[in-house]
Ligand binder design. Structure first.
Ligand SMILES: CC(=O)CC(=O)SCCNC(=O)CCNC(=O)[C@H](O)C(C)(C)COP(=O)(O)OP(=O)(O)OC[C@H]1O[C@@H](n2cnc3c(N)ncnc32)[C@H](O)[C@@H]1OP(=O)(O)O
Ligand SMILES: NC(=O)C1=CN([C@@H]2O[C@H](COP(=O)(O)OP(=O)(O)OC[C@H]3O[C@@H](n4cnc5c(N)ncnc54)[C@H](OP(=O)(O)O)[C@@H]3O)[C@@H](O)[C@H]2O)C=CC1
Length: 291
């Protein structure tokens, strides 16, 4: 199937990155969110990120203008109905995602492929509540989307071969690399990465190190580009906790129990960079550890 138009639901950090790369690859993008402010902020951020690519010689001013012209926004979810491919990138909560697919369903064209950028939630379960489980897939981008090479493709139990092949072509057209993962909690990358982050929070909780020493250890001792606590703040602590809960519930193994300190930060609304406070405080000129 030929994909030309793409609907993106949720204009947070992932939604804006996804809109960015699709527009640059020549697709017409329609971005939606529940908040006009989120839509305006996303378009401004995409503009800034592509401008940085222009200044570094990675793209041209003409290509930037063409990509920005391909992005439209709407507050009406129903407007996404006629698109060829829908990518849901709203908050990592199953009830939120189910409600979105339910609201969208009456407006969908018969050929539309539905995908979710979920970090952890069962694709089979999300798909089963729609009218097209055979045209439903997990389409998991990594953050920051314009920079990270990998996209995980996750087939639910009912996903058909044609949908999978179409999505492989879409990934290729973005210049990215697909990894196929089976539909088990948190798939591949987050099955390994998020328990590592959770373990770093345990190390902090138990006083093995402080924020700076833990991050420095993994950066200089294991050559990670970001320390685990810095990365947790970058991903969003609410998202990290949601993924740990899916692993814990879905695999029924206590080794996945979320660290109580991670829960406490989320309860405080200290969600990381997006709220300007998490394991670091980002309100000043330099990030300052909060522990
Ligand atoms: C939770 C999930 O479900 C799955 C996930 O996504 S898990 C998270 C996966 N992501 C990671 O692990 C990221 C780890 N961190 C890194 O790889 C690096 O720190 C980083 C790529 C984010 C930044 O790299 P850096 O060398 O410190 O910074 P910097 O030199 O400023 O940036 C490198 C490039 O990224 C771009 N960039 C950085 N942050 C960006 C952002 N938020 N959006 C767009 N582009 C960005 C820069 O413009 C720069 O581009 P060029 O190479 O074209 O000039
Ligand atoms: N952060 C990461 O590193 C990665 C995240 N993901 C996944 O991507 C998805 C989005 O994550 P991320 O971008 O980080 O989250 P953000 O919190 O940055 O963005 C989520 C956006 O979705 C909006 N939203 C909430 N409910 C709805 C709705 N009903 N309809 C439309 N928009 C809605 C939110 O609005 P408001 O703020 O008003 O609630 C917000 O703008 C999640 O499933 C996450 O697991 C995948 C890969 C990496």
């Amino acid at each position: 199937m030929d994909i030309r138009t793409v609907g993106v639901i949720g204009a947070g950090q992932m939604g804006n990155g996804i809109a960015h790369v699709f527009a640059q690859a020549g697709y017409d993008v329609l971005l939606t969110d529940i908040s006009q402010q989120a839509l305006d902020d996303a378009v401004a951020l995409i503009d800034k990120n592509i401008e940085r690519q222009v200044s570094r010689g990675k793209t041209t001013a003409e290509d930037k203008a063409a990509a920005m012209a391909r992005i439209r926004t709407t507050l009406k979810l129903a407007d996404l109905g006629p698109t060829d491919l829908v990518i849901e990138a709203a908050t990592e909560r199953e009830t939120v995602k189910n409600a979105i697919f339910e609201d969208l369903q009456p407006h969908l064209a018969p050929h539309t492929i539905l995908t979710s950028n979920t970090s952890s939630i069962s694709i089979t379960r999300l798909a089963a509540r729609t009218d097209r489980p055979e045209k439903f897939m997990g389409f998991h981008f990594m953050n920051p989307v314009p920079v990270m090479q990998l996209v995980e493709l996750i087939r639910g139990i009912a996903t058909d071969e044609q949908t999978y092949k179409t999505m492989l072509k879409v990934v290729e057209s973005l210049g990215k690399t697909a990894a196929s993962a089976e539909d088990f909690p948190a798939f591949i990358v987050n099955r390994v990465l998020i328990p590592m982050i959770n373990e770093a929070v345990y190390a902090l909780y138990e006083g093995v190190g402080n924020v700076r020493s833990i991050d420095q250890s993994l950066k200089l001792g294991a050559n990670h580009p970001m320390g685990p606590l810095e990365l947790a703040d970058f991903i969003g602590l609410d998202t990290c906790l949601a993924i740990m809960n899916v692993l814990h519930d879905g695999l029924a193994d206590t080794k996945y129990r979320p660290c109580p300190l991670l829960t406490k930060y989320v309860e405080a609304g200290w969600l990381g960079r997006k709220t300007k406070r998490g394991f670091y405080d980002y309100r000043g000129p330099e990030p300052v550890p909060t522990r």
